[in-house]
Design a protein around this ligand. Structure first.
Ligand code: MF3
Ligand code: CO
Length: 258
């Protein structure tokens, strides 16, 4: 069942996703060598609650934290830990969700810890650009496959792997609504995108092989070949006039400049 949102509902989703963007900015300011992923999770939870929301991930299907923090070969759903200390040259994908006023926010950003290698920098930049290519297809009258194919074609043109086992999703009163939004697919296929649909587009792109394994902690997904992966996620409202991106990466990127 795909729920179309009213303009008022889209504004509540925007409020949530702006809070997610602000939380990711706050987390990003604290990312440096020596910090633990648990410390980042704690500050995010405090920040979210101080802004009148609750962390949407905490308790979701038993998930034990407010953020998913996935380092290097971890693709998504890494569990924050006091034992996980960030080091210079790491990349860290931070996925954050909020719930307030009856709606959910959900977005992700991959951060560099200090200086990273040129090839890892490129993986991040290409993954973010793949997200933008997919987002440009989120227009009423297009199909989910147009989004999927745009992400896939761009990422694969650099020789990167596109993870198949996880996908984007509809977003609304719950975190995972229909339709699923794969990061691979064929143009002109899949559900029709309609005015008022809100979807999360979230490419998970690997430097090496696309295969992933699910760790025994029940959550963490990592690359099978242990090469790095990047993950960026936007919440986007589909409009006749084009994509209306509810997430704001400029909040994150401006915070990183200062
Ligand atoms: N944000 C993830 C997604 O995009 C879900 C996080 S799983 C959770 O689907 F358990 F941590 F909530
Ligand atoms: Co998501």
């Amino acid at each position: 069942m795909i729920y179309l949102k009213t303009d008022e509902e889209i504004e509540l989703l925007r409020e949530n996703n702006l809070l997610v963007s602000m939380t990711l900015a706050e987390v990003g300011k604290h990312i440096r060598p020596g910090v633990t992923t648990k410390e980042l999770d704690t500050l995010a939870e405090t920040f979210i609650r101080d802004h009148g929301a609750v962390p949407a991930f905490l308790g979701y299907e038993g998930y034990p934290a407010s953020l998913c923090i996935s380092v290097n070969e971890q693709v998504v759903h890494g569990i924050p830990s006091a034992k996980c200390v960030l080091r210079e040259g790491d990349i860290v994908s931070v996925d954050c969700g909020t719930f307030m006023k009856g709606f959910v926010g959900d977005s992700a950003y991959t951060f560099a810890v200090g200086e990273v290698s040129a090839e890892v920098r490129q993986l991040c930049d290409v993954t973010k650009e793949a997200l933008h290519k997919g987002t440009a297809q989120a227009v009423a009258g297009h199909r989910v496959g147009d989004v999927s194919a745009a992400v896939q074609e761009y990422a694969e043109s650099f020789g990167y792997g596109v993870v198949r086992e996880l996908e984007g999703h509809g977003l609304g009163r719950s975190m995972h609504e229909d339709p699923g939004v794969p990061n691979y697919g064929a143009r002109g296929r899949g559900p029709l995108l309609k005015e008022g649909m809100v979807i999360c587009i979230e490419p998970m792109i690997t430097m090496g092989n696309k295969a992933v394994v699910f760790e025994r902690d029940g959550w963490t997904v990592r690359t099978r070949d242990r090469k790095p992966a990047a993950h960026y996620e936007f919440a986007v409202a589909v409009r006749r006039s084009g994509p209306d991106v509810l997430t704001d990466f400029s909040i994150i990127e401006n915070a990183l400049k200062n």
